[in-house]
Design a protein around this ligand. Structure first.
Ligand code: ATP
Length: 786
């Protein structure tokens, strides 16, 4: 083996040498690009910027691949061996030294098995430390050379098991070295339509979805690097948990966000009651919001008076109705949002008032007798008086006319309208007759101050119905933006460009009553095409109307129907990967059937794939989880664990008042048993504060879900909902009976809690153990020491 390692080392060294040369070359191109003399023409400048950008992203992608660059080697039947790596590397003659793991030629590295070996004789995993080869793991696939036992092997089993047994760091790592065949099929599945990836806990749904993003960006770079990929996770902690994976694979044209972050400019700091969240997520809210907007398109009964300095006019109810109906009909036909139609209403009202003013002037003129000698002069004066345009202008700037317009067709902001709806029960009764009184009451709040996660899809829905922000807000945003630019490091030329765009927008806003938001970075990025100041993900993140090339949704079983509508708006092409497990649904309005959610939204355009093997937990842990799944009445089975055996999961019965106080001692013992790794206490909501208070004095590094350092802590204290999607080396589930009792989907929450650990599982309870946990070992070693 020593000789083999030496031979592989020689190859790996050649690959690294070439890698260094390419990366340095790309970097140099980039430096040359930005350092080039200022070009006189815009075109040349644009080309230079694009080239510099290209070289800079290539250099960044190569740098990300440096660690563990070479993944392995394939020996095939009739050809030279093929080396697979994190990036494609060619020698000077353009012959491949290393094939990118995402290239079609790399497929057999992940899919070949002894039963279907795809021309592969041997697959070799090459383990590197720095740039040195430290170990080789071989799978011999040629059947005539293998025994029956080996034929059943998983792909790259030795490498896989080494990877699975390693202690967790608190951050998800990539799995390019050990992707399994069923996972590889999901990763490389075509980009069109919605792909639903189902699978039990620990089957790699999240990690596979992220590798799929990397694969799609590699395969469709041209298209996706313009629009980017959006990855949506259930909460900010989860997003932090996965945020290293794609940059680690060299992919940065990706926006990672939780649902609460998908409406730019709004932070979701407020909690919702369960009942409120259910109502807000209900599909009926789409019609309620639509009605709330229509409520602001008015034709007052009895018409209205418009008082100006010149005169008092009357818009009778027939005129008001005609203007409103025409505006609504036009909006429907031209698919225009509410605020866009204000200019139509402004024009119609001004036409009407101008006609009334002219009629009034003409009736005055009819009675005027001009003295003969001044006839011409007086005629001129009078014709000046009836200048239609001047009258128009005069009426437009009259406060009385503006007030009337604000009654007939006010400009709306999503925040204003939703604030009204949530704080005003009378308004709700008016626009939401389809909701029951209890449902309408459930969403009532006293103030408008802040927003909840369930408000985000509603704000977004309203934003679609009303269109851009009104001119006043734009003016403020524009001023803020200009001030910001003054402080930032933009060149004089760039500042001028944005300032010009801002002026044009303001002129249009004043002339046409059209709202025109100006985003400095957008203006500059159009100018530069790919400005170095704003990356694609920065620009996409702050643009509500950004349309992504592909959207990945994790823990998708938790999404409400209104949240689905928001996500589909972000990706009208429906190129999406949706990852979830219905057995883990805890949200009361979450998914219970994919068909029920997706058929109404994308009939015939979605398909399923299933992952069946658990890579996270040991066989012993999954046996307990399986029993609980059955006890909770689920017809599905828990996935089979790839890691055989494992420490016996234990239970410990304590007095009710000891449920929190025994935790510090358990933490000490579990950490000792782990040696290295992370520990989580998964507790019912009612015990969260008490558990943390009990543990902290003994383990000051312990952290809760709200703490940004939680993922790096050795001990975490969480609820089942907060733990969803995360994993730890050991998990202690506290008071399982309360976890079950806390929610209508309590057994799903317990299932989630039990499937978090990789190595060790314990349950602390008082009274009776709930059904499904009888397999646990009631161990004596956890008796209190005092
Ligand atoms: N092929 C693989 N090689 C190495 N590790 C893997 C492989 N597949 C999955 N894993 C590991 O298994 C663990 C579980 O993966 P992941 O979190 O993606 O599962 P999941 O299906 O999303 O789970 P959950 O439903 O509980 O959120 C992770 O640590 C992941 O890195």
């Amino acid at each position: 083996m020593k000789k083999e390692i030496e031979a592989e080392q020689a190859y790996v060294s050649v690959v690294y040498e070439r890698f260094d040369a390419l990366r340095d070359g790309s970097y140099q191109h980039f430096v040359d690009g930005i350092g080039a003399e200022q070009s006189p023409t815009h075109q040349a400048k644009l080309e230079r910027d694009v080239a510099a950008q290209h070289h800079s992203s290539r250099a960044a992608r190569l740098s990300a691949a440096e660690h563990g660059l070479v993944l392995g080697r394939l020996d095939v039947d009739d050809d030279a061996p093929l080396y697979i790596g994190r990036a494609g590397i060619y020698d000077e003659e353009y012959d491949p030294l290393l094939v990118d793991w995402r290239a079609p030629a790399a497929i057999p590295f992940y899919r070949a098995t002894p039963a279907e070996r795809l021309g592969v004789r041997r697959r070799r995993h090459i383990h590197l430390k720095g740039r040195s080869v430290i170990r080789l793991d071989d799978d011999l696939l040629a059947l005539d050379e293998l025994g029956e036992d080996e034929i059943k092997h998983l792909t790259g089993e030795a490498a896989l098991l080494t990877s699975l047994k390693s202690a967790r760091t608190g951050r998800m790592a990539d799995i390019v070295a050990t992707i399994q065949a069923e996972q590889d099929r999901v990763i490389r599945s075509g980009s069109e339509g919605i792909l639903v990836v189902e699978g039990g806990p620990g089957t790699g749904k999240t990690v596979v979805a992220l590798h799929r993003a990397a694969y799609l960006l590699y395969t469709h770079r041209e298209r996706l690097s313009k629009n980017g990929v959006l990855v949506v996770g259930p909460n900010a902690t989860f997003v932090r948990y996965i945020d290293q994976v794609l940059p680690g694979l060299g992919e940065t044209d990706v926006v990672l966000a939780s649902m609460g972050e998908l409406y730019p400019g709004v932070a979701t700091s407020r909690p919702d009651t369960e009942a409120a969240a259910v109502v807000k997520g209900d599909l009926r809210m789409a019609a309620v919001l639509e009605q709330a907007v229509r409520n602001n398109e008015r034709a007052p009964i009895g018409g209205m008076k418009v008082v100006t300095d010149r005169d008092t006019y009357v818009l009778d109810d027939q005129t008001c109705r005609r203007i409103r109906d025409e505006a609504q009909e036009l909006a429907r036909r031209a698919q225009q949002p509410h605020n866009r139609m204000r200019r139509f209403v402004v024009r119609a009202v001004l036409e009407e008032l101008t006609s009334q003013a002219l009629t009034a002037i003409e009736s005055v003129l009819d009675g005027v007798e001009a003295p003969d000698e001044n006839e011409d002069e007086v005629d001129q004066e009078l014709s000046g008086l009836i200048d239609r345009d001047a009258l128009h202008q005069e009426l437009r700037s009259s406060p009385g006319v503006r007030e009337a317009l604000d009654v007939l067709w006010p400009e709306l902001t999503p925040e204003g309208l939703l604030g009204d709806l949530l704080t005003d029960p009378v308004l709700r009764a008016d626009v939401a007759p389809q909701l029951s009184v209890d449902e309408r009451n459930a969403v009532q709040r006293a103030d408008r101050g802040s927003w909840t996660v369930a408000d985000v899809p509603l704000l977004d829905e309203i934003a679609t119905l009303v269109g851009e922000l009104d001119a006043t807000l734009d003016r403020l945003a524009g001023q803020r933006m200009l001030a910001e630019m003054e402080r930032s490091r933009h060149t004089e030329e760039e500042r001028q460009l944005v300032s010009d765009a801002y002026d044009v927008a303001m002129d249009m806003a004043i002339d046409e009553e059209v709202a025109m938001p100006v985003d400095a970075e957008l203006v500059l990025s159009r100018y530069h095409d790919t400005g170095p100041d704003a990356t694609l993900s920065q620009r996409a993140r702050r643009d509500r109307e950004w349309r992504y090339g592909h959207v990945i949704v994790d823990e998708a079983q938790e999404l409400s129907p209104m949240a689905w509508r928001l996500l589909l708006r972000r990706c009208p092409t429906l190129s999406m990967t949706v990852v979830g497990d219905i057995a883990q649904t805890s949200a009361p309005d979450g998914v219970t059937s994919w068909a029920e959610v997706l058929d109404p939204l994308a009939a015939g355009r979605w398909r399923r794939a299933r992952l069946t093997v658990n890579y996270r937990s040991t066989e012993a842990i999954m046996a307990v989880a399986s029993d609980v799944l059955a006890a909770g009445g689920s017809d599905g089975a828990a996935p089979r664990a790839v890691r055989e055996g494992g420490d016996l999961p234990w239970s410990w019965c304590v007095a009710p008042d000891q449920l929190a106080t025994v935790l510090p001692e358990i933490a000490t013992r579990e950490l000792a048993a782990l040696g290295e790794g992370t520990l989580a206490f998964v507790v019912p909501v009612s015990l969260l504060a008490r558990s943390m208070a009990a543990i902290k004095p003994y383990h000051p590094g312990a952290r809760g879900a709200g703490d940004p350092d939680m993922l790096d802590a050795q001990v975490a204290v969480l609820t089942s909902e907060q733990a969803k999607g995360l994993e730890f080396d050991a998990a202690i589930v506290v008071a399982p009976d309360e976890i079950i009792a806390d929610s209508p989907r309590g057994y799903s929450d317990l299932y989630v809690a039990l499937t978090r650990p990789t190595r060790r599982l314990g349950v602390v309870y008082s009274g009776e153990l709930p059904a499904g946990l009888s397999r646990l070992d009631p161990v004596g070693e956890y008796r209190p020491s005092a």
